[in-house]
Ligand binder design. Structure first.
Ligand code: IVH
Length: 673
């Protein structure tokens, strides 16, 4: 790989990671599994290690988590709350031990003591005690600044409000808030009954519950906590991590008793390897084992990297595998008409969830696995979400099982609308060609309304299915045509919800051009391409009328994508759809984005003291986004960033009528990149 390729890929990875951080930490709605996230992070870290030139100061490999949400007051941790480096298997755990020894110049004979703990899958928090009274509770946030959620944490009865007299004057304790599996199941069942949305997993439920503006809501959720670490400790010094855990427990903090003090890495590996077999029986979800150097003097000598301590490691588990039987292979029809084979499985528990379906993706994958109806297969849940078929146990194959062919299984016709199906020479997927196929219709409407497209709040698959099946909605334009009465007439739709939905639909009329283009669902036009088109053409009419050559001139758009876009807009039905949407009042606005970096072209001046970073870091981060940072204010200055006790520069900026940002605004501007 060449440096410029590495740089491109790293930029892509950083964008993806930033988005997933936001989804996970701020919206409590992750879209990918932890394993997939870890893979992105690793790929980026590897690239940055191989090509040191491409590293940037604001790379997610150097920053913990995401910036705190704006809905809570901010809380600056006295000592940063760090993250952990990962090991994916026993070998990597041993490499961690080797690194520790090397750094400590440790002989090969003496083992190092590690505390092996369970890595609880919840939300990291800090409890700050002053004079043995709880004064603040906060989330980790970006590691430096978190959200102040004291009142919410106080709803957890197990958290001591006061500490015994032998506790130090100053004490920060860290731990993980979580929800037990059984409480989670009961809570979701209740929500389901009451028609409220259910949570995807206990972690999201815990995070969502803790970050409620109304503590009464938090109080109604079954939150629990384990403490596993410390921040400031006043004048108290202990020798080891294990001593601290015992002390915390003695002071009344819930500390997980399931841990082992290991003499050497062999014992730690043994512990790590013993956990998967009891994982399913644990009352809470875990996502690994944490190994920590026990002696605090050694921890201190090892120190920290920018993101994580050198003295600790999170050892993740390999994907859990189980065997089950393929009872049938069904064909689903997607938005673009692509036919996806789905294996219907004899239900089986994998890592706490029951799996009864797994996508087989396409004919090539079926051929590669040679999976047949009746086969016993090995399935795994990689990370936490998507189950996949890993292999076929051919010894268990019934004699009558025959190779599976998508077209033969559906007699060469779409299983939903009966239209012809085709497989283009350069494609893996079979597709339904029926333009009125209801399955395609439902999928494209779901895409149109989805979060990253038009973002119609409250319009999900269930409602879309109903309106399509009743024949009142055929195209996205119909969504804007339905009346309040029509919405209110749907199942499980109260008057109030219909009103909210109408308001949500109306709100999407002032959408952005890139969302609008993405929402159209043109093949090969994902979010990035939609943005590139918006930036290149500036209006939907210009995109509609662009020639294939003009389209192919846009950065990142090649001939295939250009032809797909052109082809889409040449279809009279599609053109009419766009015109209908515009006539219904949708006015996609072009948000101009600059060519290099969001702040390119801006001359900025920093003045006063910032609480969250020093001026050097602020300068670096602004420059990374394309801004020029100058030392003095003049008419050419675009923005003055004013921290605490800003003086004459701020006065001058006011005098000249220059835009002024406070620290919060600065963080918002640089944080979301
Ligand atoms: S120690 C400096 N111990 O995992 C060490 N973390 O990926 C900081 N976690 O932010 C963490 N159980 O939210 C530690 N027994 C445990 C843990 C644990 C869960 C979480 C915690 C942390 C994240 C790091």
């Amino acid at each position: 790989m060449e440096t410029h390729e590495a740089r491109l890929r790293a930029t892509e990875l950083r964008h993806a990671i930033a988005r997933h951080n936001d989804l996970y930490y701020r919206q409590d709605a992750p879209e990918i599994s932890d394993a997939e996230y870890d893979a992105l992070m690793r790929e980026l870290a590897d690239l940055e290690a191989r090509f040191p030139d491409i590293a940037t100061p604001d790379s997610p490999t150097k920053i913990v988590g995401a910036r705190p949400s704006e809905k809570f007051e901010k809380f600056t941790h006295a000592l940063p709350m760090l993250s952990l480096a990962n090991a994916m298997n026993a070998g990597e755990l041993r490499e961690f031990d080797a690194r520790v020894r090397r750094q400590l110049d440790w002989g090969s004979e003496t083992p190092i003591d590690y505390v092996a703990e369970l890595k609880i899958d919840g939300l990291a928090v800090e409890l700050a005690y002053e004079n043995r009274r709880l004064v603040a509770g906060s989330t980790r946030g970006d590691g430096t600044i978190g959200e102040l959620i004291t009142r919410n944490l106080l709803t957890i009865a197990a958290i001591p409000r006061e500490l015994p007299s032998d506790a130090p004057d100053l004490l920060d304790v860290r731990g993980e808030v979580y929800i037990r599996k059984s409480d989670f199941a009961a809570m979701n069942a209740r929500r389901e009954e009451e028609g409220e949305p259910t949570f995807a997993n206990p972690r999201n439920a815990a995070a969502g519950s803790l970050r409620q503006l109304d503590p009464a809501v938090t109080a109604s959720r079954p939150l629990a906590i384990f403490l596993y670490g410390i921040g400031r400790t006043g004048d108290l010094r202990l020798d080891s991590h294990e001593d601290w855990l015992r002390r915390l427990s003695a002071w009344g903090f819930p500390v997980n008793p399931e841990r082992r003090l290991c003499r050497g890495i062999d014992e730690a590996v043994e512990y790590y390897e013993s956990i998967p077999s009891i994982r399913g029986d644990l009352p809470f979800d875990i996502d690994g084992v944490v190994g920590k150097v026990n002696r605090l003097d050694l921890q201190e000598r090892l120190g920290i990297l920018s993101r994580s301590p050198r003295w600790a490691i999170a050892a993740k588990f390999p994907a859990q595998q189980v065997q089950t039987v393929v009872e049938a292979i069904d064909i689903q029809v997607g938005r673009t008409g692509a036919l996806t084979p789905v294996a219907r499985l004899t239900p089986v528990a994998v890592g706490g969830v029951t799996v009864s379906n797994a996508s087989l993706h396409n004919q090539d994958e079926i051929d590669r696995l040679d999976v047949r109806v009746g086969d016993t297969v090995v399935i795994q849940r990689a990370g936490d979400v998507i189950p996949e078929v890993v292999s076929v146990v051919t010894e268990s194959r019934p004699s009558e099982a025959v190779p599976f062919s998508i077209p033969d299984s559906i007699s060469h016709h779409c299983p939903v609308c009966g239209s012809e199906i085709v497989r283009l020479p350069d494609e893996v997927a079979w597709r339904c060609v029926g333009s009125a196929c209801p399955a395609k219709r439902i999928e494209s409407l779901c895409h149109f309304a989805s979060k990253n497209a038009m973002n119609i709040d409250g319009l999900g698959e269930k409602l879309i299915r109903q309106v399509v099946e009743r024949g009142v909605v055929q195209s996205p334009a119909d969504i804007y045509r339905l009346t309040r009465e029509q919405w209110a007439g749907l199942d499980r739709m109260a008057d109030k919800s219909a009103e909210n939905l109408l308001a949500a639909i109306a709100a999407t009329k002032s959408t952005t051009l890139r969302r609008f283009i993405f929402a159209l669902g043109i093949r090969h036009v994902g979010e990035a391409t939609a943005k590139a088109l918006a930036d290149a053409f500036g209006s939907i009419h210009a995109v509609m009328d662009a020639t294939t050559e003009q389209l192919a001139f846009v950065p990142d758009i090649g001939p295939i994508v250009a032809a797909s876009i052109r082809g889409w807009f040449e279809d009279p039905g599609n053109r009419q759809l766009v015109l209908d949407l515009l006539a219904l009042g949708i006015a996609p606005a072009w948000e101009k984005t600059r060519t290099v970096g969001r702040l390119a072209g801006k001359t900025m001046v920093l003045t006063g003291t910032l609480a969250s970073m020093d001026r050097g870091e602020a300068k670096q981060r602004l420059e990374a986004l394309g801004a020029t940072v100058a030392g003095s204010v003049s008419r050419k200055t675009s923005v003055v960033v004013a921290g605490e006790s800003a003086g004459s520069k701020l006065d001058k900026a006011r005098e000249l009528g220059i835009e002024i940002w406070d620290e919060e605004r600065l963080l918002r501007e640089i944080g979301s990149e």
